[in-house]
Ligand binder design. Structure first.
Ligand code: PXP
Length: 242
């Protein structure tokens, strides 16, 4: 398998817009600029509290972008209903906790089994691929495979935030999780806390198809512009010689 593709998460463009509740900056225009710079897909997370992406953004993104839309949602019934009507090619199911600053951990696939059993076939009937955001551990990956998920997205946050002494172990944990998921017939994505500084070794893990990267790209684009930030990330995914 070749290098993973870059899916650009546009949530924090909407965060800046919502700081003023006006119409700029527009995450849809930013997504189009990211695509023009080489992004292979666009991701957004419609949160229950609508702190960044709004319902209308999802509709506008799907209508405007030329690549794949990956819509992140919690398992709340109203969010699943929006997902079913969204036309997104990929639905990534994530845990959501109102107090958190960002998605903190992977989905508890075992505890959520009943809701997932009900939800997954409804997306798949519509030809939408379902991804479950999981910690790089055996149990949620095995449960995702049993439920018939298409993808798992491995939570890379623990590795990204690990002190130097733990980084090699955390990367090995991700490698084993990717191997385990692939052996069970799952496709594998990864994301959370990835930056142009840390992405190169992560992108070398086996079986990865899509990297979902948001905050670091939006932050970097303030200095380099969208084209500069996306171009830099693509080069760091491709080039391990630095
Ligand atoms: N993947 C998932 C499932 C997420 O919830 C998030 C954060 O919204 C990301 C990837 C992107 O994380 P970051 O903004 O740290 O790049």
């Amino acid at each position: 398998m070749g290098l993973p593709r870059l899916h650009v998460n546009v949530d924090h463009v909407a965060t800046v817009r919502q700081a003023r509740r006006i119409d700029a900056p527009d995450p849809v225009a930013w997504a189009l600029a990211a695509e023009a710079a080489g992004a292979h897909g666009i991701t957004c997370h419609l949160r229950k509290d609508r702190r960044h992406i709004q319902d209308e953004d999802v509709v506008r993104l799907r209508a405007a972008i030329g690549t794949i839309l990956n819509l992140e949602l919690s398992l709340a019934p109203d969010m699943l209903a929006i997902g079913l009507e969204s036309g997104a090619e990929e639905i990534c199911l994530v845990p959501e906790n109102r107090q958190e600053i960002t998605t903190e951990g992977g989905l508890d696939v075992l505890a959520e089994r009943a809701r997932l059993e009900e939800a997954l076939p409804r997306f798949r009937e519509r030809g939408m691929a379902v991804s479950l955001f999981v910690d790089p551990e055996r149990a949620p990956i095995a449960a995702a495979a049993e439920l018939g998920a298409d993808f798992v997205e491995l939570h890379t946050g623990a590795w990204a935030n690990a002190p130097e002494a733990r980084r090699a172990d955390e990367l090995e944990r991700l490698r084993q999780a990717a191997e385990h998921a692939h052996a069970l017939g799952l496709r594998v994505n990864a994301g959370h806390g990835l930056t142009s500084e840390n992405v190169t070794p992560l992108a070398r893990l086996p079986w990865l198809e899509e990297l979902n990267i948001g905050h670091a790209l939006v932050a970097r684009a303030l200095f380099l512009g969208v084209e500069g930030a996306v171009g830099e990330m693509l080069r760091r995914i491709e080039d391990d010689s630095r």
